[in-house]
Ligand binder design. Sequence first.
Ligand SMILES: Nc1ncnc2c1ncn2[C@@H]1O[C@H](COP(=O)(O)OP(=O)(O)OP(=O)(O)O)[C@@H](O)[C@H]1O
Length: 204
Amino acid sequence: MHYQAKQLSCKRGRKTLFSELSFELQAGQLLLIEGHNGAGKTSLLKLLTGLRMPEAGEILWQSRSIHDAHNDFRSKLSWLGHQNPLKDEQSALENLHTLSSFRPRNSISLTDALQEVKLGHAKHAQVKTFSAGMKRRLSLASLLVANTQLWILDEPQAALDKDGVALYESLAKQHLENDGMIVMTSHHPLNLPADRVQRLALGV
Ligand SMILES: Nc1ncnc2c1ncn2[C@@H]1O[C@H](COP(=O)(O)OP(=O)(O)OP(=O)(O)O)[C@@H](O)[C@H]1O
């Protein structure tokens, strides 16, 4: 597996956020994007998911442009933005069922995925009764049920308590050990084996 960005440029309004940005990621590796508020981390992730087009440069999945290989690329991708992709009026289980219907499934059951993120006790509760950290845990459960190689995650640790952060790190470690790839942003320390992590600093 191979995921690559070549010479990317991104503008928002009249401001150039970054230019000539390149990286290459192999199976089992994580790209950690760091930078101050407003540096362009979320904007970069949106380019990398294909949600926005770069001003210049290209993004390749298995040596093909993600825009040419759109269907193949989308089926390999789990994208988690700043906002949790959840419906307040639905239960945890119903939300997970909806989220899992968009992507190839892993063999883990929805109930077991909720247990993994320590939400087994709340599986029938409506999401509107959840704390911010519980919503983030539920979003993380959607990564477990999807059989996707590439996770692109905008601040996955946001709102998580200490145990939640450790839980996220263990999910990420497992995914990398299974030859998955992760691109993520963070304002927090990340406790993962250094040989699996590439760092990319924006706005320096
Ligand atoms: N729709 C928009 N139109 C114009 N400028 C925008 C728009 N969205 C974001 N920007 C600007 O682009 C810049 C980068 O925003 P972005 O959300 O990518 O930063 P970030 O590094 O993810 O920040 P944070 O750490 O606060 O999440 C900011 O200066 C922001 O004001």
